[in-house]
Design a protein around this ligand. Structure first.
Ligand code: TEU
Length: 593
């Protein structure tokens, strides 16, 4: 990469911190986090040094899916506070030079949204805001969910949260589509008025001063013809809901109408997104999004169900990142995340959360902050928070755990919960949602009341208070990583340098370079709990096991200034980057210039 080609944007140079308000900090003792609770922690966020907050949904909602079922896009959920609290939050962030992006959930609303209530009442104006269809009466042997007179749903799609994707409504006499919970009816984006409503709602938030949007399941908004047409062709498979036929028309329209380069925009894209689609979403002459959240690395260790946990191979993880890093190079921008509110804790999933918790949390942080793209930190990640020791089905709250498991038990797909409990515990979204661990006191200082979801018992050891006092903590390591993006000596190569995998086939080490002009970073990460040996090959060496084209060879290093920029072991680190031994979960970043 050549520095002359850099297309600078503030959001490429930023670090984003995600807040799941329900689990962040509770000030009124109801056991649920709230906006005043976030305000109370603004100095903490400032101390960490993050540049942007992504706030999960805080809008009015009956909470069938913790706020992803929105009943009013322009008001704040009572449990979380008031609009004036939210305005104070925005001011408090902006005063500290921290930006705010809001969650945009417009594939669906709550069934309690006024639009759906009216649609269901038969109000002509709102009927076409949602997707209503007749059931099928000609399906022999349909054994699934039924409407009246043994009517089968319009097609056989299942919802993401288990069970059918259609619900029969007696008053309407038709079925409505819900790709997620039955309380999350899908909006009909074919209807121009729906698009208008969404765009003007977005403009309203932008006028209030926000700095961008994270867009929930944005690649689901265009449905296939078998659903949108009145004399539909044969039903498509469920995969047809991903990146549907008019997706770029709709997202492009949003880009043109509402978005600009000055906003941070990140679209969540579920399913197997093709690189052509990805480039269309975020590419130079594309739809106008800045980044995507794809799922390729989140699906390596699991099947489609929450009880299908298999573990992962490092080479597969590297393949996913190499694919995205190289395919978007010079064309679009990457987002990098290893966990969020829907995923298990990264240190439990990709690291070692027992013996090498601190080392592996730091190593994963090093990866996140040295890849090409914008890093996203999920609350508690900066403390090395781990998965929760879930035991019983009653321990969970999440629809995406409870519904599919209960359905599978009812249908005999699972014989008893004990058979799958370890896998469910490894994958459940509730791992991310246990309350933030602030102190070693009762309920980890999250609430004075009863927390809505149990606090991890390891808060006695893992908490923000302890971490801030300990110079060697994950917290301080993260502060250093975040600060690197503001360090003039390395920020350009760190943010804009191209990524090259040095040793793709290595099953235990992840080694790569970032290159801008003559400057380089060399990152070497030991993804195991054993010692490993690293070696840079010479140019003329037969290096069959390394990358086909070596981005860096040992001979070059002799002519360069070498600085050990980052290391997660502070003692006994040799300065020669061409050959060295790595201890368990050791991470090193050398700056070569
Ligand atoms: O998630 C989309 C989604 O399908 C996955 O995150 C899914 O929950 C995961 O693969 C586990 O099965 C978004 C939101 O992030 C999530 O919290 C919402 O529940 C969902 O959309 C519906 O709005």
């Amino acid at each position: 990469m050549d520095s002359a080609d850099i297309d600078r944007q503030w959001w490429k140079e930023a670090v984003v911190y995600q807040i799941y308000p329900r689990s962040f900090n509770d000030t009124d003792g109801d056991g649920v986090g709230d906006i005043p609770g976030i305000i109370e922690k603004l100095d903490y966020l400032d101390e960490l040094g993050v540049d942007v907050i992504w706030l999960n949904p805080v809008y009015e909602s009956p909470n069938a899916d913790n706020g992803y079922d929105i009943a009013d896009y322009q008001s704040i959920m009572d449990e979380f506070g008031t609009m004036s609290d939210w305005e104070d939050l925005l001011d408090g962030l902006h005063d500290r030079d921290i930006k705010l992006i809001m969650d945009l959930v417009v594939n669906h609303t709550s069934d309690e949204h006024e639009w759906f209530v009216k649609s269901r009442e038969g109000d002509e104006e709102f009927r076409d805001y949602y997707i209503w269809r007749n059931g099928r009466t000609d399906v022999d042997g349909w054994t699934g969910h039924l409407g009246p007179d043994d009517e089968a749903p319009p097609n056989d799609w299942g919802s993401f949260f288990g069970g059918p994707a259609w619900e029969y409504d007696e008053d309407v006499g038709e079925w409505y589509l819900h790709l997620f919970d039955v309380k999350q009816p899908d909006l009909n984006w074919e209807n121009e008025e729906v698009r208008e409503e969404v765009f003007s709602m977005m403009e309203w938030w932008l006028e209030k001063g926000i700095d961008g949007f994270r867009m929930d399941v944005i690649n689901l908004i265009s449905k296939p013809p078998s659903v949108t047409e009145h004399n539909p062709p044969e039903p498509d498979g469920f995969d047809a809901t991903f990146d549907g036929p008019k997706i770029h028309e709709y997202v492009g329209e949003m880009g043109e109408r509402v978005l600009s380069d000055d906003l941070l925009t990140v679209g969540e894209v579920v399913g197997d997104v093709s690189m052509d689609d990805a480039r269309q979403y975020v590419g130079r002459d594309g739809d106008g999004l800045g980044m995507l959240f794809h799922f390729d690395h989140m699906l390596l260790d699991r099947g489609g169900d929450v009880w299908e946990y298999y573990g992962y191979d490092l080479t597969d993880l590297k393949d996913v990142f190499r694919h995205w890093q190289k395919s978007l190079e010079g064309e679009g921008w990457n987002s990098n995340y290893l966990n969020n509110h829907d995923q298990p804790r990264m240190v439990s999933r990709f690291g070692d959360d027992v013996e090498y918790r601190v080392e592996s949390a730091k190593l994963l942080g090093t990866l996140l902050h040295t890849l090409h793209g914008t890093p996203y930190i999920y609350q508690g990640e900066e403390l090395g928070m781990t998965n929760y020791p879930f035991e019983r089905l009653d321990d969970y709250q999440d629809v995406d755990t409870l519904n599919p498991v209960q359905n599978a038990l009812d249908e005999g797909v699972i014989e008893n919960f004990d058979d799958v409990k370890d896998s469910v515990a490894a994958l459940s979204r509730d791992n991310a949602r246990t309350p933030m661990q602030w102190t070693d006191e009762e309920h980890a200082g999250f609430t004075d009341g009863e927390p809505w979801l149990a606090v991890n018992p390891n808060h006695e050891e893992i908490n923000a208070d302890t971490a801030r006092e300990d110079d060697d903590s994950v917290f301080h390591y993260y502060r250093n990583l975040i600060a690197l993006r503001d360090d003039d000596d390395v920020s350009d190569v760190l943010v804009y340098g191209s990524y090259d995998d040095l040793w793709p086939s290595h099953t235990d080490l992840w080694a790569y370079t970032r290159t801008l002009d003559d400057e380089r970073l060399l990152v070497v990460l030991n993804f195991t709990s054993e010692d490993q040996q690293f070696r840079l090959p010479r140019e003329d060496e037969d290096h069959a096991t390394y990358a086909d084209e070596l981005p860096l060879h040992a001979g070059e290093v002799a002519d360069l200034d070498t600085e050990l920029l980052v290391s997660n072991y502070d003692e006994d680190v040799e300065s020669d980057p061409t050959e060295f031994a790595l201890r368990p979960w050791e991470a090193r970043v050398y700056h070569l210039s």
